[in-house]
Design a protein around this ligand. Structure first.
Ligand code: CMC
Length: 428
């Protein structure tokens, strides 16, 4: 690969250095473009813009490859655990036995919320979307830990990180308890991360709850699969907000807000709503796919398509298999899974989807699993947020250590009115 590209604009010719990643991806360094030519780049949705260099996650969307710090997602999904993956993303290496134990111990020691945070939920409507509640509570948590906002102190930053990873399941479960009007169930630090979350969701003070290992394993795997996905919308939001150097918790609250949308993490809820609607209306997969193709119809095939994957999303491949296995182990017959598989088959054989390279993404099968294991539909995206948390944090940490760190501040091409004089109100 040549080390520079040449750009001719008007009568000016400039050289743009070529930047190459460790997997041989190629980028043009346009940092001096405006200073040298007066021009900027125009790239709505940043589809061709590399906003940073990163050592964390590699995706080859054409081949359907996803790796965290070099490790294939298939191996991590099968053999690792969520907390091990957290440690991997945060440190760049898999922890040894002692390191993992120490990490697990420090996370389990910080799972409880300050009692005043518990009370804070009461100010929020019971029918609020749990993503709104979750983002609000995470932002509010920054007011309890202002002293942890010290980017010059690795110890305080580490303390903030551990507290977030430890408390997000407690915050998430309480979002659900609040919506039901049930009392909070306090964490049980003897349980593993996912079992503890399930217990906080489903136990009540009058009924104990034994987390089913099949369900806890499925939740843990779902968290692993969602743990990072390089510069997606919510991670970019975390980096952009973080670039002005506010409290980590404020950055994560912004990430949760970005994830909530139906084009991003909110798609997992929309997939189930779509499948349930097809079931209710006794519609066929072919009929719905026809609607999704019709540009005059607002319906989209939710859980299909991806900005980066132009092949089967490897996470969807794993989750398809897990959905079948988990439902089988639990003895659950799911009509929604059948409809999902029909939809997939019709879409994958349809020229519209083939031409546009639209395949199932991570959200297509995750909701079917959540539903089968009893997670309430509005909580689906909250589980996505729990999974994505270590990725957001790892990217935030990485950003602050990068030599070329600068506040995020894109340019624009102004298309509004040119200079005109103010007109007094009586003359308008
Ligand atoms: N159903 C029907 N048509 C689609 C779909 C879909 N799900 N996705 C893309 N298309 C069409 C789109 O209309 C466009 O057609 P045309 O070229 O004729 O205008 C073409 O495919 C390219 O799509 P795009 O919207 O330009 O692609 P994008 O990269 O801007 O958007 C996406 C990616 C994920 C937002 C989009 O595929 C989508 O809306 N999918 C459904 C929502 C979804 O499942 N989101 C979860 C994404 S994966 C997990 C995550 O990030 O949280």
């Amino acid at each position: 690969m040549p080390d520079k590209a040449t750009l001719k604009i008007g009568d000016k010719t400039i050289d743009l250095p070529v930047v190459q990643g460790s997997e041989e991806e190629v980028a043009l360094d346009i940092r001096h473009l405006r200073a040298e030519t007066g021009a900027i780049t125009y790239d709505p949705g940043y589809a061709n813009t590399g906003s940073c260099k990163s050592d964390i996650t590699f995706i080859d969307g054409e081949k359907g490859i996803l790796r965290y710090c070099g490790y294939p997602i298939e191996q991590l999904a099968e053999r690792s655990s969520f907390l091990e993956v957290c440690s991997l993303l945060l440190n760049g290496e898999l922890p040894n036995g002692d390191e993992l134990q120490a990490f697990q111990r420090s996370v389990s020691r910080h799972t409880m919320l300050h009692e005043d945070v518990n009370r804070f939920y009461r100010a929020l409507p019971k029918d609020a979307h749990p993503m709104a509640v979750c983002s609000t509570v995470v932002a509010a948590l920054s007011t309890f830990y202002p002293h942890l906002h010290d980017l010059g102190s690795p110890e305080r930053t580490q303390s903030a990180i551990i507290r977030l990873i430890a408390k997000l399941p407690t915050i998430a479960a309480l979002c659900f308890k609040h919506s039901k009007g049930q009392p909070a169930i306090y964490p049980d630090n003897d349980l593993d991360y996912s079992s503890n979350f399930l217990r906080m969701m489903f136990a009540t003070p009058c009924e104990s709850y034994e987390p089913d290992p099949v369900i806890a394993k499925a939740v843990d795997q779902l968290l692993v699969l969602h743990a990072d996905h390089e510069q997606n919308c919510s991670t970019s939001a975390v980096r952009l907000v973080g670039s002005s150097r506010p409290h980590l918790f404020a950055c994560i609250a912004a990430g949760i807000g970005a994830l909530w949308g139906p084009l991003h993490g909110g798609a997992n809820q929309k997939v189930i709503e779509m499948l349930e609607r097809i079931e209710r209306e006794e519609g066929s997969a072919a009929k719905f796919v026809a609607r999704a193709k019709d540009k005059g119809d607002s319906a989209r095939l939710m859980g299909f398509g991806h900005r980066v994957y132009k092949n089967y999303d490897p996470r969807a491949k794993i989750l398809r298999k897990t959905a079948i296995e988990v439902l089988d182990k639990l003895g659950v017959k799911s009509r929604l899974l059948d409809i999902g598989m029909d939809l997939e088959e019709v879409a994958l054989n349809d020229p519209y989807f083939i031409e546009r390279k639209l395949y199932p993404n991570v959200d297509f099968y995750s909701g079917i699993i959540y539903k089968a294991i009893g997670i309430p539909v509005p909580m689906f995206t909250v589980l996505f947020a729990m999974g994505r948390l270590p990725g957001w944090i790892a990217q935030w940490v990485e950003m602050h250590h990068q030599d070329d760190f600068r506040i995020g501040r894109p340019r624009q091409v102004y298309t509004g009115p040119t200079l005109r004089d103010y007109v007094s109100i009586e003359d308008r």
